[in-house]
Design a protein around this ligand. Structure first.
Ligand code: SAM
Length: 255
């Protein structure tokens, strides 16, 4: 079973939205598991303190390395699961990374609070920092929920249709094509005729062209990477020597 352990000062936030809908049903059925661990339980002083003032001065508080290390050691130990720290400094979360995590045994996720956590525990416990975007949240819990939601829906049996993730945005390095359903006419706009033709090859070609158009218009960064990938597929030797970094979605991080 794919298992998530979340280390947090607010375990009551879990499963939160992941207790509803497909993820919630899958959790009930045991297709994945979740434990939310209170970091404060590993504090040793009488005030149960988990944070202290920043060395060198400055605003806010910093999470203590000793308390966090004790929590990680108890929860993860020799566990093979990747240890992640939600952090705005981390590698941007991508669908490729999500797919990789979903295919593994699960994750151990540390949620920061305050100004962040002491740098030494990041190195000492080999935490991989992951960001969900270039903005600052007040804590890692919502970021962890985002990461878990993206992973859990890829676990076999969680989504209604086994292959419903294969055509989604980012699955092929492109944004997804537009969707339509009944009624056939809505406020003067019709469903594109090709989608009603029953001609599967034409429908596929239309969807592919729309996915390319949307990606080109909205996400020049993804489009450039996609073209690099296509070049690599068409001319492997030449392209590999010219575009190895761009062809790997995980390596496009600005850091
Ligand atoms: N002082 C930090 C900085 O400027 O980078 C921000 C700390 S933030 C107030 C507290 C915690 O929220 C972080 O330790 C991290 O766990 C989480 N967090 C905030 N923004 C995030 C993001 N974009 N992605 C992932 N986690 C985030």
């Amino acid at each position: 079973m794919w298992r998530a352990s979340v280390l947090t000062l607010f375990p009551e936030l879990f499963p939160g939205p992941l207790g509803a809908s497909l993820a919630g049903k899958a959790l009930e059925k045991g297709l994945w598991g979740l434990e939310a661990v209170q970091i404060r339980d590993f504090a040793t002083d009488k005030h149960r303190s988990v944070d202290d003032t920043p060395a060198g001065g400055g605003p806010g508080m910093v999470m203590r390395p000793d308390v966090l290390a004790a929590a990680i050691d108890q929860v993860a130990g020799d566990d093979p699961r990747p240890r992640l720290l939600m952090s705005p400094r981390g590698a941007p979360l991508t669908q490729a990374r999500v797919a990789e995590l979903a295919a593994g045994p699960g994750v151990v996720v540390v949620c920061g609070r305050f100004e962040g956590i002491d740098e030494r525990v990041i190195a000492a416990r080999a935490l991989a920092e992951v960001s969900i975007g270039d903005y600052v949240l007040s804590g890692g819990e919502i970021a962890a929920l985002v990461l878990l939601d993206a992973c859990v829906r890829l676990i076999p049996g969680v989504m209604g249709k086994e292959d419903s993730g294969t055509e989604e945005s980012f699955a092929a390095g492109l944004l997804e094509y537009p969707h339509y359903t009944r009624p056939q006419r809505f406020e003067g706009q019709d469903i594109p005729e090709v989608l009603l033709s029953g001609h599967h090859a034409k429908v596929s070609a239309w969807r592919r062209a729309e996915a390319e158009r949307l990606t080109r218009e909205r996400r020049p960064d993804l489009w450039a990477r996609h073209q690099g990938l296509e070049a690599a597929q068409n001319a492997p030797e030449k392209a590999v020597s010219q575009t190895p970094r761009r062809a790997d979605p995980e390596s496009s991080s600005s850091g």
